[in-house]
Design a protein around this ligand. Structure first.
Ligand code: GLV
Length: 325
């Protein structure tokens, strides 16, 4: 029997290719740059499964172009690029890759936090400029991390992994979330619940870990920045549109907050020019980018595809309703 046809919008990693190739006939987008939209729409035409990245929109347009599609497997935990309701309407299963990237992403949120607090990039630039004149008492003085208050916005798996890492820095950890964590979770992580406004008023570092939802889009705006300490830093490894970048730039320009460290942006790959400032650390959406983790994510997506094509329920299904009927 002919193997089911799959389009992967990326060449993936070898272990993921192995998983797919055993059960499917896979067409990969092998080029290093992301595929143009027309290419994606053309190649999904005869495919039963799509393995895609967060840079591809899985919406009505794509679903219409892919009448045989049974599954769209996102190689990402965030799935704001997928119109899940549209998938469900057409009986297409959507999956993501939760769980495998929590620790790696939290590592990187900490990397950003430390880098902005201790002015690492300015130090690196000076050290490699040839202009460093030697040790000086007030050279590139930053702010302490240890002993400060870390405010976590979004206390899911990644937010909690962020909290776990704060212990060694003797930090006070506070968090806010739509749903308060169980008492034993709070106790285990040494984290205290605050409402959003109180968290903003108390935190020295605010680290964002919410998914992008209608209610989190533009969450960080002029009003929220106005509630933060003037000495506080904002760290974002979640999704860019959670922050209103115009308002953030204004807050940075006016000294309303001390700095920011960002892995994600409102209109990727564009970055607001006002963010190119010494007190802002910028990264190109790489928080989960360790070889180990990205390989696991690709394998997870491949396994979701194989499961569905073999008539099993994919482990990371986002819309079980799509399976009914
Ligand atoms: C990356 O941003 C992801 O959602 O996995």
């Amino acid at each position: 029997m002919a193997k089911p046809k799959v389009f992967a919008t990326h060449r993936l990693f070898e272990p993921a290719r192995k998983i797919l190739q055993e059960h499917c006939e896979v067409e990969y987008w092998e080029k290093p740059e992301r595929p143009p939209r027309e290419e994606v729409l053309r190649r999904v035409k005869d495919k039963e499964a799509l393995v895609c990245l967060l840079t591809e929109k899985v919406n009505d347009e794509l679903l219409l172009a892919a009448p045989k599609l049974k599954i769209a497997a996102n190689v990402a935990v965030g799935f704001d690029n997928i119109d899940v309701a549209a998938c469900t309407r057409r009986g297409v299963v959507a999956t993501n890759t939760p769980g495998v990237l929590d620790e790696t992403t939290a590592d990187f949120a900490w990397t950003l936090l430390m880098a902005v607090a201790r002015r690492l990039l300015e130090g690196d630039a000076l050290a490699r400029s040839g202009n460093w004149k030697g040790w000086d008492l007030d050279q590139l003085v930053g702010t302490d991390v240890w002993g400060k208050t870390l405010g976590i916005v979004g206390f899911g798996r990644i937010g909690r992994a962020m909290a776990r890492r704060a212990t060694g820095f003797q930090m006070k950890v506070i968090y806010t979330d739509a749903v308060r964590a169980a008492a034993n979770v709070e106790k285990g992580l040494g984290a205290e619940y605050r409402d959003m406004n109180t968290l903003l008023a108390e935190s020295d570092f605010v680290s964002v870990h919410t998914p992008l939802l209608p209610e989190t889009r533009g969450l960080f705006n002029v009003e929220k920045f106005g509630r933060m300490k003037r000495t506080a830093y904002l760290i974002n490894t979640s999704r860019g549109p959670v922050i209103n970048e115009n308002d953030l730039v204004a807050a940075l320009e006016s000294g309303r907050i001390a700095g920011a460290a960002l892995d994600v942006f409102e209109k990727e790959p564009a970055i607001h020019p006002g963010l190119r400032r010494a007190n802002v650390v910028l990264a190109p959406h790489i928080a989960s980018a360790s070889l180990e983790t990205r390989t696991k994510m690709a394998c997870m997506a491949a396994e979701n595809v194989v499961a569905l094509l073999q008539g099993r329920r994919p482990a990371n299904i986002l819309n079980p309703e799509a399976l009914k009927g």
